[in-house]
Design a binder for this molecule. Structure first.
Ligand SMILES: [Fe+2]
Length: 290
């Protein structure tokens, strides 16, 4: 079997995950270090803040994207970080998606949002080391099977050393977070009370599905999570869950059977938001990816 780059599911949490240290951020850095040591060819990422309407899916092709501002974080932590759009790989992604039947096209106007560059800054704090990056939109119908298929269509790029990342959230319901300590004291990690039962329940369901399934079973189990009794409590909107499906598509081929996800780090924020970090597979231990 060809060497495969790993796949990450990162729960990016609130914007303050860029400004404050955390276990999750430490893991993002470690994941970046490991990617660089392995000679990562590029990053291919689906976030949670960009969706295309109708049947469409888009790939970022803006050669000089701006950054949307990051609330509650000083601009010095991100404003000067250079973004590195990977236009040749973007075109390859468009071709792969079109080949899989998607209505895929480039978007040369899209400016990047913190769901993706927050993670890149944490993974590669030295901007000179940040690999060229390709961003993939979601589709605004938030169909789980559609997003699994997107991940599956791009999976072959893992064999070339591309690192596929889904940036979303395990438990991410902004309407049920407790914002007061953040608004009053800039403390996003205050846990004045334990997470509520629905948050704990769904967080456990995500861990169970991702760490106890592999291959096509992973894909099926991940899609079923949207029917979980606590899903709508954990995700008031579907946008931050699509990364789970994208990752299941990229890491859930027959060839991936036996490679389940591993929960590598976790940071609770705002009482009820669970920022779980999962990784499927690992870099080849022997040599850089060809
Ligand atoms: Fe987000």
């Amino acid at each position: 079997m060809a060497s495969l780059a790993p796949v990450h599911l990162f729960s990016h949490g609130s914007t303050m995950m860029l400004g404050e240290p955390s276990e999750a951020a430490d893991y993002w850095k470690r994941a970046g270090d490991e990617a660089l040591a392995a000679g990562v060819k590029g990053i291919i990422m689906m976030g949670a803040h960009w969706d295309a309407n109708g049947d469409r899916i888009e790939v970022a092709t803006n050669p000089k994207p701006e950054k949307s501002p990051v609330a509650y974080v000083h601009p010095s932590k991100y404003a000067d970080y250079p973004l590195k759009p990977d236009l040749p790989t973007a075109q390859r992604c468009i071709n792969l998606l079109q080949g899989a039947g998607f209505d895929a096209s480039g978007n040369d106007k899209f400016d990047w949002i913190h769901d993706t560059y927050l993670v890149l800054i944490r993974m590669f704090p030295d901007p000179a080391t940040c690999p060229p990056t390709t961003l993939i939109s979601m589709n605004a119908r938030f169909d789980p099977h559609y997003h699994v298929k997107v991940g599956a269509a791009l999976r072959p790029l893992r064999k070339e050393g591309y690192l596929i990342i889904g940036s979303g959230g395990a438990v991410h319901n902004l309407y049920r977070n407790r914002w007061l300590p953040m608004l009053r004291y800039s403390d996003n990690f205050a846990q004045e009370s334990p997470p509520e039962p629905w948050a704990l329940e769904f967080r456990q369901a995500v861990e169970d599905v991702l760490t106890r399934n592999s291959g096509p079973q992973l894909r099926r189990a991940a899609t079923r999570l949207m029917k979980h009794a606590m899903y709508r409590d954990a995700h008031a909107t579907d946008d931050h869950f699509m990364a789970v499906l994208f990752v299941a598509g990229a890491a859930g081929d027959e060839e991936d059977t036996g490679v389940s996800g591993k929960l590598m780090a976790e940071t609770w924020e705002l009482t009820n938001m669970c920022n779980s970090q999962f990784t499927f597979g690992g870099w080849p231990a022997t040599a850089k990816v060809a």
